[in-house]
Design a protein around this ligand. Sequence first.
Ligand code: FES
Length: 150
Amino acid sequence: MNATNQAQKLSRFDFLKKMGFSGASLMAVYCGVSLSSCTNEGDLAPANAGGPATYDMSTAAYAKLLNKGSFHVDTANNLVIANTSDNGYVAVTLVCTHEGRKEVSYVANKFSCSAHGATFDNTGKALTVASRALTTYKVSQTGTVLTVNL
Ligand code: FES
């Protein structure tokens, strides 16, 4: 999907919200308008599903993950990997369980979504706005290499 299509679909979504649709009714109408706009299992699945994703923190691309409280967004695999202060390395889906936006990040020791402010604890459990937990993935570490099992 190119940037123009994404902008048009987001505008449609915002338009429906302004018309008074919310929650499930918003998603039902929105999905009826354009099925490709809706998050589905294909959107949620990591690109490397069935295989591991690795991040070598000795390289500049992932070095920030050595610091507590930092995170990396892997858009290719729809993942957010965070170095949490109390739970070690945690990987969760980039896709928010509230309305499916790919806006999850890690701020102030919890996962959060910038779309509507949903927050999730370091196990992925929903704290505010969203009612369902984020999908989490097992992370293992060998030396400076993190491996996320997808
Ligand atoms: S999509 Fe609404 S808070 Fe993430």
